[in-house]
Design a protein around this ligand. Structure first.
Ligand SMILES: [Zn+2]
Length: 182
C-alpha cells in the first residue's frame, strides 16, 4: 500500500504544513517546493525589490503577461467563501481580481487574523480544504458590487449558515434588478 504523506516541514520558516501549502515542483522527490507558498512569496517579493532592472527587462520580454493580468482586474466581483462541509457562507465584494481576493482572505485565516470571528472559527475547525471561493456576480462598477453584496448580507444575516456579522451601510441592490451584473 502506498502511504501518502500529507504534511511537510517548510525549509524556510520551519513550520509543518499541509501539502496544499506548497507549490508543485516536478524536479523535487516529493513533487513539492522546499519552501511553503508564504515563504516563496516573501522571497519573490524581496527579489523583485532588489532587482528592479531585472523586472523591467522581464516585462519587456513578456508583454502579454501584464495585459492578461490587467484584464483580470477590470471587473469588480461579488463572491462567496463557502464552507462546503457545513454549508456556511461568507459574502464579500471586491474591485480586485479574484485570485488576489482569495489569497487575501486565506492569508489572514492561516495566521488566525481574520476580522470576522465566525469565518475564522469555521476555518480553524475545518481547515482550508473545506473552503471554496466562488464568484457569484461580476460588474464593471465597484459600487454596484458593494450594493449587491449588501443585498445578500441583509437578506441572509439572520440565517444560521451566514457567516457575515455586520450589515453594511451601503444601500442594497437586488442583482435581479440590474443590467450591470452577469
Ligand atoms: Zn514557510
Amino acid at each position: 500500500m502506498k502511504i501518502q504523506i500529507n504534511i511537510k516541514k517548510c525549509g524556510g520558516c520551519g513550520e509543518v504544513k499541509h501539502r496544499t501549502e506548497f507549490s508543485k515542483n516536478k524536479r523535487m522527490k516529493d513533487g513539492l517546493q522546499v519552501e511553503c507558498k508564504v515563504c516563496n512569496k516573501k522571497r519573490n517579493k524581496k527579489f523583485r525589490e532588489k532587482n528592479p532592472e531585472y523586472m523591467k527587462e522581464w516585462s519587456n520580454k513578456n508583454p502579454n503577461y501584464n495585459t492578461s493580468w490587467a484584464k483580470d482586474t477590470e471587473e469588480s466581483i461579488v463572491y462567496v467563501l463557502k464552507n462546503v462541509v457545513t454549508g456556511e457562507i461568507y459574502y464579500g465584494s471586491s474591485k480586485n481580481n479574484r485570485s488576489y481576493r482569495r489569497s487575501y482572505h486565506f492569508s489572514l485565516l492561516r495566521r488566525n487574523k481574520h476580522c470576522n470571528e465566525q469565518i475564522q472559527q469555521s476555518y480553524n475547525l475545518f481547515g482550508e480544504e473545506a473552503f471554496d471561493f466562488q464568484v457569484i456576480h461580476q460588474c464593471k462598477n465597484p459600487e454596484t458590487a458593494r450594493q449587491i453584496e449588501s443585498w445578500y448580507i441583509q437578506k441572509n444575516i439572520d440565517k444560521n449558515w451566514c457567516l457575515n456579522q455586520r450589515i453594511s451601510n451601503v444601500p442594497p441592490l437586488n442583482p435581479a434588478n440590474t443590467q450591470e451584473s452577469a
